[in-house]
Design a protein around this ligand. Structure first.
Ligand SMILES: [Zn+2]
Ligand SMILES: [Zn+2]
Length: 241
């Protein structure tokens, strides 16, 4: 057991912390620094089976691409999601984004880091910028926090170089409405602390928490392409189909 694990174990004995997913006391069920228990992690369902080679949706036919990807080109190369967005995943993402339990960022960063390494560890990671209303309400950008942990804890090359202007909430909108709503709202964030030139000609992995229609990552990929990024692949924690 390392020093941090020991410290967390001791803290659990003094001020017992509960799992954000199921409420159980974490003392012996803790599997890492994030407040989530082994049972809740075990309930998450990795996406398996054949998937569209472009957008990553599960396929029921023998085709390589889903119907939508046969009709439409993407600004990104491929999208891959790691888990399904079921009740177990919704509880964790809801705890992170709606209840503001920022420490879950470590848990999500670890999931994305593992997949990023599996794909070769050679790309620059760019987080999708959150809707400004959500960022203001929470006080932090959910995806930037995950990317920050990836950079700080795992030394993943991260360039948090996208910004987003206010728009309507996306939740109830379909793909075309989301596209219209996002058009022109995503832009490159320049600044001394953001080395945007590092993405020019480089392979980029765009990360986000949940993939729903793909409109947000499409717009982000479009902007990154305009700035000269090389290949752009998208990696998300969960897919809400
Ligand atoms: Zn739990
Ligand atoms: Zn597809």
């Amino acid at each position: 057991m390392n020093t941090i694990s020991c410290l967390l174990r001791t803290l659990d004995l003094i001020v017992p912390e509960r799992c954000v997913g199921c409420g159980t006391l974490l003392c012996d069920a803790r599997i890492g620094p994030a407040p989530v228990c082994a049972d809740c992690v075990g309930r998450l369902k990795p996406l398996v089976g054949s998937r569209c080679v472009r957008c990553g949706v599960p396929l029921i036919s023998e085709e390589e691409r889903c119907l939508a990807c046969r009709e439409r080109e993407h600004a990104y190369g491929t999208h891959r999601s790691i888990y399904g967005y079921d009740a177990a995943m919704a509880a964790l993402i809801g705890a992170y984004k709606s209840r503001g339990i920022k420490t879950l960022g470590v848990f999500f960063a670890e999931i994305l880091r593992r997949e990023w390494e599996r794909s070769g560890s050679s790309s620059v990671v760019v987080p999708v910028p959150g809707n400004p209303a959500g960022v203001r309400r929470r006080g932090w950008d959910h995806c930037s926090v995950i990317a920050e942990v990836m950079a700080r804890r795992y030394r993943v090359p991260v360039r948090d170089c996208l910004k987003r202007s206010p728009g309507r909430r996306q939740k109830e909108l379909g793909y075309a409405e989301r596209q219209r709503n996002l058009s022109g709202k995503i832009a490159i964030r320049e600044g001394r602390r953001v080395r945007v030139d590092d993405i020019v000609g480089a392979p980029v992995t765009l990360i986000d928490d949940v993939y729903t229609t793909g409109a947000t990552v499409e717009e982000c990929a479009h902007v990154l392409r305009g700035r000269g990024a090389g290949t752009i692949d998208v990696l998300t924690i969960a897919m809400d189909l």
